[in-house]
Design a protein around this ligand. Structure first.
Ligand SMILES: [Zn+2]
Length: 373
């Protein structure tokens, strides 16, 4: 696949495996520390927490059950706009699949390590029967592990699970953190009819806490006609889903039951931190809404969640820092579709100390992921 700007084609599954094997041989031969981690390095270590990959067979399996990212055919969309979108999609597909292109982009962006997660808006299996869903998640997770093996000093991975079936989800989470050596799990904002605070998911959260898994909360996107036009599922739906998912976790008492959970919410936590006064007002004014929780929503936001920096307006990130503290925020670009200069974006935020910036750029993410940098 070519798009005129990039000469590479996506690496096939076999090539990714071969690249991983070659990388392993090369490491065994050299047996040296990565220069990226040398003490001589002066600049902050940068970890991009929000970077997606796809497994083509899982994308094909998900067709018809994910949001529409195809070429729009609505009235008024010209052929040239359709062509622009097609080229954009081809570039995105290429970057999601090819570790070589990704590494080049990371070098250009100044990113030391990317946290690879499945792109749930392209590959989503919670709708399927549990066994099939598990099989697909396993394929996707194996692919992430293979990509990590291509450059283990540049990539870490979070896996996916069939969250609609908590027992199978727990098993796959254990495999991800054990056999595959991934650092955690990505979940969508709900598991079909189950909200994240559903009692049936308690065992999953208990195990995630026990394993010390980093949890990345990233919605798969709302598949409803109301959100279909103008890509509203993306612009409006994603932050709304994040707000609902966070509410479910604290209103249902999950965060009180498992206070050591490490949950990082995509896109700066969506709308919730930016309109917290309203949910706090309900907490204080309506006693019947707070029967499963011990703190105000704002307090959960400050003490129980982490957030990525992918909010696109520097003044919004400034507000998020004021609301939850710099130590709760990690850099996230939403590679390859989001913020092209995530480091510059963080640096533009006013009022951050050098230490705050280092925390956001990499130190806090390293702690969440259990990495020494
Ligand atoms: Zn994303």
């Amino acid at each position: 696949m070519t798009d005129g700007r990039l000469e590479h084609r996506p690496a096939s599954d076999t090539e990714v495996v071969e690249m991983a094997a070659a990388a392993k041989r090369s490491r065994a031969k050299k047996k040296r520390a990565s220069p990226r981690r040398s003490r001589a390095r002066r600049r902050p270590f940068v970890i991009d927490f929000h970077a997606h990959v796809v497994a083509p067979e899982v994308v094909a399996f998900s067709k018809g059950h994910v949001v529409d990212t195809g070429v729009p055919d609505s009235a008024g969309v010209s052929e040239s706009l359709k062509e622009d979108w097609k080229k954009w999609r081809q570039t995105v597909d290429l970057k999601m699949g090819d570790p070589k292109v990704r590494l080049q982009d990371m070098d250009k962006m100044g990113v030391d390590v990317q946290v690879l997660t499945p792109s749930l808006v392209h590959q989503y299996t919670y709708w399927a029967d549990p066994e099939t869903s598990l099989g697909m998640e396993q394929r996707a997770n194996n692919r992430i592990a293979e990509m990590v093996a291509v450059a283990p000093d540049r990539f870490v991975g979070l896996g996916g699970v069939p969250l609609q079936h908590p027992d199978l989800a727990i098993g796959e989470m254990r495999r991800c953190l054990g056999e595959l050596k991934l650092r955690g799990i990505e979940v969508s904002s709900h598991a079909e009819s189950m909200e994240l605070g559903d009692p049936k998911l308690r065992a999953f959260w208990a195990e995630a806490e026990k394993l010390g898994a980093a949890i990345y909360l990233h919605p798969a996107g709302v598949v409803q006609p109301r959100y279909g036009k103008f890509q509203l599922w993306n612009s409006v739906g994603q932050p709304l889903e994040e707000a609902l998912a966070m509410c479910s976790l604290f209103y249902e008492g999950v965060l009180d039951a498992f206070p050591k959970l490490k949950i990082c919410v995509a896109h700066g936590g969506g709308y919730l931190p930016f309109y917290a006064g309203r949910v706090d007002r309900n907490y204080f004014g309506k006693g019947f809404t707070r029967v499963n929780m011990t703190k105000s929503p704002s307090e959960y936001m400050r003490r129980h969640f982490w957030y990525d920096s992918c909010v696109y307006n520097a003044d919004m990130l400034e507000f998020l820092v004021k609301k939850v503290g710099a130590s709760r925020i990690v850099l996230g670009s939403d590679y390859p579709v989001g913020e092209p200069d995530p480091i510059g974006f963080v640096r533009r935020v006013r009022g951050l100390s050098a230490a705050d910036k280092e925390d956001i750029l990499g130190r806090t993410a390293a702690k969440l992921l259990g990495l020494s940098i």
